[in-house]
Write a protein that binds this ligand. Structure first.
Ligand SMILES: NC(=O)C1=CN([C@@H]2O[C@H](COP(=O)(O)OP(=O)(O)OC[C@H]3O[C@@H](n4cnc5c(N)ncnc54)[C@H](OP(=O)(O)O)[C@@H]3O)[C@@H](O)[C@H]2O)C=CC1
Ligand SMILES: O=C(O)C1=N[C@H](C(=O)O)C[C@H](O)C1
Length: 337
């Protein structure tokens, strides 16, 4: 991207209001809104000159994005990515019980943080002030279903990045509701591509690994409460490939010393990493396979979440018949930068 010439295509004064108009490149297969933001009172959107040649601007739209919970680790990363992408970050968010701070700062945006117990009042205010709002949810497994069902009741499209909870209930409640949502335990483009490759392999060659023994190890920051949702999704593909393996057999590594010595996690990323290893051995022990994806930091997921929100905005605008998507749909739609 750095090799491209950037063209500033729009520059205009914004009002004092938080709501401003923006242009978004949301054509499938096009480079999307790739750079933009606030400079003083001017709101500008830039995109690479090749995109200007090859893509059409389909919509002039505001896309306000509310991130719950901006005071959590992923929520903050997503909030930063939203601002960096030049999208409108809603200055309100919901957090868990035991509020620490009322206001947090994400770049230039002051976010008012409210406990989830106030969610009705806050969401109604957000809907009124930010029509067309999309929610990105990065909270906790224990909040997944209640949050999703609450967004559904308010008719708000959402990206559910939070893992865990009752996933079947989650998908069913969205499908039954007609609300648009992207639900995925993994937002990182290349990991999503790997996940898709495993799904395709399983569809094409069911049973190809029958009898193989599988070992799955996932290491995450010690604050992570659940077993990796990504690992669970990959295990589902291995099951279709004929491997007998249950989610409860996934080995969770949460001890920092073990993360360094056993998984090779760099010390500086102990507080934010996702190292996954899937090892397969043939019944006679003569053949082995090993798949690994190791991520340090959170920016890969934050970028993917912005892509998912833009994708969702397009689906809403198009009044698409399909309502529930995953990140493989977003990738297939050419919507990941
Ligand atoms: N899809 C993806 O690509 C990725 C998904 N994740 C997932 O995101 C989730 C969050 O991870 P992470 O940011 O590390 O976790 P954190 O613990 O840092 O953040 C979770 C935040 O959610 C808040 N919270 C709890 N309950 C509610 C509620 N009912 N409403 C609103 N906020 C609430 C917590 O507040 P309090 O502390 O007060 O409880 C906390 O601030 C996990 O499920 C993780 O697996 C993470 C990375 C990538
Ligand atoms: O909690 C995390 O950090 C992550 N959670 C997701 C998961 O459970 O798979 C995705 C990634 O592993 C980071």
């Amino acid at each position: 991207m750095e090799a491209l010439t950037w063209s500033t295509v729009f520059g205009f004064k914004t009002s004092q209001s938080l709501r401003v108009s923006r242009l978004h490149l949301i054509s499938p297969g096009c480079t999307q809104l790739t750079r933009g933001g606030y400079k003083g009172s001017a709101n500008f959107v830039t995109f690479p000159s090749h995109a200007a040649r090859s893509c059409s601007i389909l919509a002039s739209a505001d896309i306000p994005i509310m991130v719950n919970d901006c005071s959590g680790k992923m929520g903050r990363a997503v909030a930063e990515a939203v601002v960096e992408a030049g999208l409108q970050l809603v200055p309100f968010c919901l957090t868990g019980p035991g509020l620490q701070q009322n206001v947090i700062h994400v770049k230039d945006v002051h976010i008012h943080v409210h406990e989830a117990s106030e969610k009705e009042v806050i969401l109604d205010k957000v809907i009124e002030m930010y029509p067309g709002v999309i929610i990105a949810d990065y909270t906790l497994p224990s909040a997944v279903n209640d949050n999703a069902e609450f967004y559904i009741r308010r008719g708000i499209p959402f990206v559910m990045g939070t893992t865990g909870g009752d996933r079947e209930r989650l998908v069913k409640s969205v499908s039954d509701s007609g609300v648009y949502a992207v639900i995925a335990p993994q937002m990182g483009k290349q990991v999503v591509a790997f996940q898709a490759a495993m799904e395709i392999m399983a569809e094409e060659f069911p049973g190809a690994f029958a009898g193989y023994k599988l070992k799955v190890t996932e290491s995450h920051q010690s604050s992570k409460v659940d077993t990796s949702g990504t690992a669970r999704a990959i295990v589902a593909s291995f099951n279709k490939l004929g491997v007998s393996f249950e989610d409860k057999e996934i080995e969770m590594v949460r001890n920092p010393q073990e993360q360094i010595s056993k998984m090779g996690v760099p010390e500086e990323h102990l507080k934010g990493h996702a190292f996954h290893t899937y090892s397969l051995t043939s019944p006679d022990g003569m053949v082995s396979f090993k798949f690994e994806h190791n991520v340090c930091g959170r920016s890969i997921y934050a970028q993917g979440t912005v892509d998912a929100a833009l994708f969702l905005a397009r689906k809403v605008q198009e009044k698409a018949t399909k309502k529930v998507y995953n990140m493989i749909d977003v990738l297939r739609g050419g919507s990941m930068r």
